[in-house]
Structure formats: C-alpha cells, structure tokens
Ligand binder design. Structure first.
Ligand SMILES: Nc1ncnc2c1ncn2[C@@H]1O[C@H](COP(=O)(O)OP(=O)(O)OP(=O)(O)O)[C@@H](O)[C@H]1O
Ligand SMILES: [Mg+2]
Length: 297
C-alpha cells in the first residue's frame, strides 16, 4: 500500500534575517500515514506542528530529510488538486461572501460551474451557513469564519485533508460536528492529518498520533497502544446488584488482584452538554451522524 504521507528525517531550521540558522523547528520527523487514517499531531505551542504542515504543503522547504504526499513531492501541482487544507489562522478574503469565497476557490481547482454550485450548496448546508451565505465574511463570528474555512478546504472533494487545529474557537456542538465530519471523511476513505490541543478529541477520533516536543518526536504510534495500561483492566456492567458487585470484588481479590476503583460509570461532559442544549430547544441542535447503512434524518 502506498503511503498518503511519508516523511523521513524531515528537518526544518528557520533562518534569521541575515540567513543564519536560528531555530530548529522540526527535527528528523519520520512518520507514515496510510490511506483512510486519521492521524493526529500533538504537542505544546511551538513544537513544530504548523511547520510540518507547511512542509507537507510545499509552502516552505525542508533543511534536511524528505517528504512525499500522495506519492509525490509536496511541490507537485497534481498533489495540490487532491489536497484540502484548513490553516490555523483565517486567510479568507473578508469582503467576499461565503458563496463568492467557495466559487472563487472552486475556480482555482478548475471545477465547472455546476460542480462548484453543487459542492458549495452541500457544504454550506452541512456547516449551517445557509442563513449567512450572502453576507460578507467580515461580518461573521469567529466560529462562522472557521466553518467557511472548512467549506473551502473541502470544495475540491480532496483525498487528503490537513486540518491545523480544526476545533479551535468552536462551541461544543460545533466541535462535535467537526469530529463527526472527520469520522465521516474517514468512512469515505479519505485521509485526515490534524493537529489539536484538545487531547480528548484527538483520543476520540485519531487512529494514530505523534507527540512532538521542541521539534522532536517523543511518541509515535496507535492511540490505543500508547494509552493502554497493560497491568490494569476496566470492566463495565449494566444492572449489577450490590451483592453481585461485592462477590465479583471478592473473587478478584481471591485471584490476587488489587482493587483500585469500583464505582458507577460517568457520562462524558460533552454528552451531557449536547443533550442539555438539545432539550432546551433554543434552536441550537446537534444531530448525531447516521449509522452505517442508515439514512440521515
Ligand atoms: N517563519 C518563521 N521564522 C522563524 N521561526 C519560526 C517561523 N515559523 C515558526 N517558527 C518557530 O518554529 C517553531 C515551531 O513553530 P510552529 O508554528 O510549527 O509551532 P506549532 O507546533 O504549530 O505551535 P502552536 O501550537 O502554537 O500552533 C517555533 O519556535 C516558532 O517560533
Ligand atoms: Mg501551529
């Protein structure tokens, strides 16, 4: 299988004004991302995430090492047509409307008029911007601008999408929608590379991750393998009586196990939040995604 992204000892040293090496922003990054994977790049501010994305997009050049994107060098023009990118800062033209923005980017990808219109309609609907599509982006809130950014990143129906902090600045409902969107892209066989400071989201949606610190790769692998505690087991029971619980605990002790915690399962705050807002019925809604083979309601 050809990797969608492959880097080998990819290194970037930024130069100062006089061209002298100043800062090693990325140090020997070697990762491989396969088709259909959701891959997360995490690490503290300044660890080299955005630098990695810029290198993969061919916006800056490496000081050392190599990268291939969809089997080609990042500067290849054919690659750009199959790639979508959401930068961390908005770069949209503020005097254009959402409609005009998508039409503009659709033209850059040489999409014909009908395709541009169809994709823009679908994306605007999906990202809840229908009421604002004729308004200039400068009048949008931060979250709305971010949504236009998503529409733009997906206008060419890319095979690979790179999202630099996709959920930053979004409310919990929108964050959940973005997570669902990413999982939906994965279901459709697309590959997603993202960075995020919301570690819970990364844990929820990424198959594999790399943890960077000062440009160096500190951890790299499947989320499950990185997080698993092999000497500890969690079981979840439904409808277990108090007596049953005591018997199971006694049984475990008899097996030589040390009971660390035995308590009711908690819901996540995200689930409670979404339900609470849903029940308040103020127009803000979160629709869970349709299951495989089921029509979206
Ligand atoms: N154009 C530049 N010139 C000089 N140094 C730069 C440049 N761009 C980034 N850097 C430095 O490279 C390092 C990595 O920056 P980068 O933007 O890749 O970090 P990041 O992981 O995306 O951080 P954040 O989480 O804050 O977005 C930082 O120390 C930054 O100061
Ligand atoms: Mg960044």
């Amino acid at each position: 299988m050809t990797a969608v992204i492959e880097t080998s000892a990819l290194t970037k040293v930024y130069k100062d004004f006089w061209g002298r090496p100043k800062h090693k922003a990325l140090d020997q990054l070697s990762i491989r991302i396969d088709p259909g994977e959701v891959f997360g790049l995490i690490g503290p501010n300044g660890c080299g995430k955005t630098t990695t994305f810029k290198l993969l997009l061919g916006l800056i050049f490496p000081t050392g090492g190599q990268a291939t994107v969809l089997g080609k060098p990042p500067t290849d023009v054919g690659v750009k047509a199959r790639l979508g990118f959401l930068p961390e800062e908005s770069y949209l033209y503020h005097w254009l409307t959402a409609d005009e923005t998508l039409d503009f980017f659709g033209r850059l990808f040489h999409l014909d008029r009908a395709t541009r219109k169809k994709r823009a309609d679908e994306l605007i609907e999906r990202f809840g911007l229908a009421h604002a599509r004729k308004r200039q982006i400068r009048e949008y809130s931060k979250g709305m601008t971010r949504r236009v950014g998503f529409c733009q990143a997906l206008i060419n129906d890319p095979d690979l999408v790179i999202f630099d902090e996709p959920t930053s600045g979004l409310d919990p409902i929108s964050q959940r929608q973005i997570k669902d969107l990413i999982l939906d892209l994965k279901r459709r066989g697309k590959t997603v590379l993202l960075s995020s400071h919301l570690l819970g989201d990364v844990q929820d949606i990424c198959d594999r991750i790399a943890i960077l610190h000062q440009g160096q790769t500190k951890k790299y692998g499947a989320v499950r393998d990185i997080l698993v505690q092999r000497d500890s087991i969690t079981m979840t029971f439904k409808d277990l009586s108090e007596q049953g619980r005591r018997r199971i605990e006694d049984l475990a002790r008899a097996e030589g196990a040390r009971l660390v915690r035995s308590e009711n399962t908690l819901e996540t705050l995200e689930d409670v939040f979404l339900r609470t807002v849903q029940e308040s019925g103020d127009g803000l809604t979160y629709r869970p995604p349709a299951k495989e083979g089921e029509e979206r309601k």
